[in-house]
Design a protein around this ligand. Structure first.
Ligand code: C2E
Ligand code: CA
Ligand code: CA
Ligand code: CA
Length: 279
């Protein structure tokens, strides 16, 4: 591709390590497959339940993008979403996914909610946001049952534009969730100025919360903060009964994680909803 060597002497570091170089090649392959693929057929959604901490009953589902590429196989969104963002393809993906998600969620009984992830590019008013508003309006899905998730990092990237986009979306009645909270570097003053409905506490604070006093303290103060600001909070990535027990003691409202359910295929949602009473 290019001469990756920096300097000529023996033992000098390579500017691009082999791992970095293969990551670059992988991203090029992903971009190529996104451009040439039939995304309408290849992209689909799974839905992960978000449940009430107290009784385990679902309040809704988060839509999670999945991609089965005929050339590359199954690619995780952690890989292809960032590539789509950098390649200028994300608005197309978001429109396609949101259309599918609203259509599929249309089959769920009220008041179950749909959470959907937006990328920062989706919030630019003219080319990002307006098409999404048309999709929401045309879907017939009650916008008051829709939560749009925006990561903390995205919010902070262009605070003024994001605030304007959020105001526009809220005027439709949709809820706004601050995703991956705690992983960005927002100040509480900024968070306070946004008209948010929910905060999603990132999984990194939950891992080993039953054994790690630092995580325990952080989640405790985040939960208290949500209560002060009158926001509901979702704790993400709960995997064990021990973690759940601590989170219940801390007074968390909502839980999302493998302990309750993995992301489900659209066909298995009805079975999940009909399933046995959860604790
Ligand atoms: P996210 O929005 O933070 O979504 C939660 C991720 O955590 C999902 O990974 C989910 O499968 C995973 N997860 C849930 N519970 C647990 C648990 O108990 N343990 C562990 N280890 N993981 C858990 P997934 O589906 O691979 O998605 C990764 C990221 O890709 C998402 O993180 C989100 O940032 C992005 N993404 C997914 N779908 C979309 C989409 O439609 N649009 C956009 N813009 N981004 C998306
Ligand atoms: Ca999310
Ligand atoms: Ca998250
Ligand atoms: Ca995340």
């Amino acid at each position: 591709l290019y001469d990756a060597k920096r300097g000529s002497g023996r033992g000098k570091a390579h500017f691009f390590s082999a791992a970095h170089q293969s990551a670059i090649l992988q991203n090029i392959a992903i971009e190529h497959a996104l451009i040439n693929g039939n995304l309408e057929d290849e992209l689909y959604l799974e839905f992960q339940p978000i449940v009430e901490a107290g009784n385990g009953l679902p309040m809704g589902f988060e839509a999670l993008a999945r991609w089965r590429s005929p050339t590359l196989g199954q690619i995780s969104p952690g890989l292809f979403i960032p590539v789509a963002e950098r390649a200028g393809l994300i608005s197309k993906l978001t429109r396609l996914l949101l259309t599918k998600a609203l259509h599929q969620a249309g089959a769920w009984p009220a008041p179950l909610r749909l959470s959907f992830n937006l990328s920062v590019h989706d919030l630019s008013i003219a080319d990002g946001l307006l098409p999404l508003i048309s999709i929401i309006t045309a879907s017939g899905f009650d916008p008051r049952r829709l939560d749009l998730e925006i990561t903390e990092t995205a919010m902070m990237r262009d605070f003024a534009q994001v605030t304007q986009a959020i105001d526009t979306l809220k005027s439709l009645g949709v809820g706004i969730s601050l995703d991956d909270f705690g992983t960005g570097y927002s100040s509480l003053t900024q968070v306070h100025r946004l008209p948010l409905d929910k905060i999603k506490i990132d999984r990194s604070f939950v891992v080993d919360i039953d054994k790690n006093p630092a995580s325990h303290k952080i989640v405790k103060s985040l939960v208290a903060l949500c209560r002060d600001m009158d926001l509901s909070c979702v704790v993400e990535g709960v995997e064990t009964e021990e973690e759940l027990k601590v989170l219940r003691e801390l007074g968390c409202d909502l839980i999302q994680g493998f302990y309750f359910a993995r992301p489900l295929s659209v066909d298995s949602i009805a079975g999940f909803l009909a399933g046995p009473e959860r604790i």
